[in-house]
Write a protein that binds this ligand. Structure first.
Ligand code: CMP
Length: 139
């Protein structure tokens, strides 16, 4: 079984999509094994998105991610990383497939309501960024 990290971003929380996002994941065989609401400050958002430091969207992205509460969760399942990404759809909602979360609910490429780790190494880093072993459960 694989684990991945997902975030209902501040725009997703403002749009009351916490339940919708979790429902979509659960209905598609992903198990929520860790879950919490957080409010990142700018430094925490910069640390989380450190791989994007230097990119043109870094400043705006980290300001947005620290603009309100978000919900972080650890998802577990068979091919959890790729399954989560498939359910979210492409980063840019204009490119996202019909029926995906971002196609349905995202405003634009930045305010795209949900995040999911893109590879094994990033999933390991991102899970550890928000969760310790006592905050994840087997059931
Ligand atoms: P996410 O999957 O959280 O990973 C990085 C985030 O940067 C991405 O979703 C978007 O919210 C944001 N972003 C803004 N502009 C771009 C861009 N041009 N390319 C990729 N990501 C972008």
């Amino acid at each position: 079984m694989e684990k991945t990290l997902s975030i209902v971003k501040p725009d997703g929380v403002q749009k009351h999509l916490i339940g919708e996002v979790i429902k979509r994941f659960e209905e598609n065989g992903l198990k929520v094994v860790g879950l919490k609401m957080i409010y990142m400050d700018k430094k925490e958002a910069e640390g989380f998105y450190a791989v994007h430091r230097g990119k043109p969207f870094f400043e705006s992205l980290t300001t947005f991610m620290s603009s309100g509460p978000a919900v972080v969760m650890v998802l577990e399942g068979k091919e959890a990383i790729s399954k989560t990404r498939e359910l979210m759809g492409a980063t840019d909602p204009k490119q996202a497939k019909e029926g995906t979360l971002r196609r349905q609910y995202a405003t634009n490429i930045e305010r795209n309501i949900v995040h999911g780790s893109d590879a094994h190494e990033t999933a390991a880093f991102e899970i550890k960024y928000f969760f310790n072993s006592l905050e994840m459960f087997e059931y």
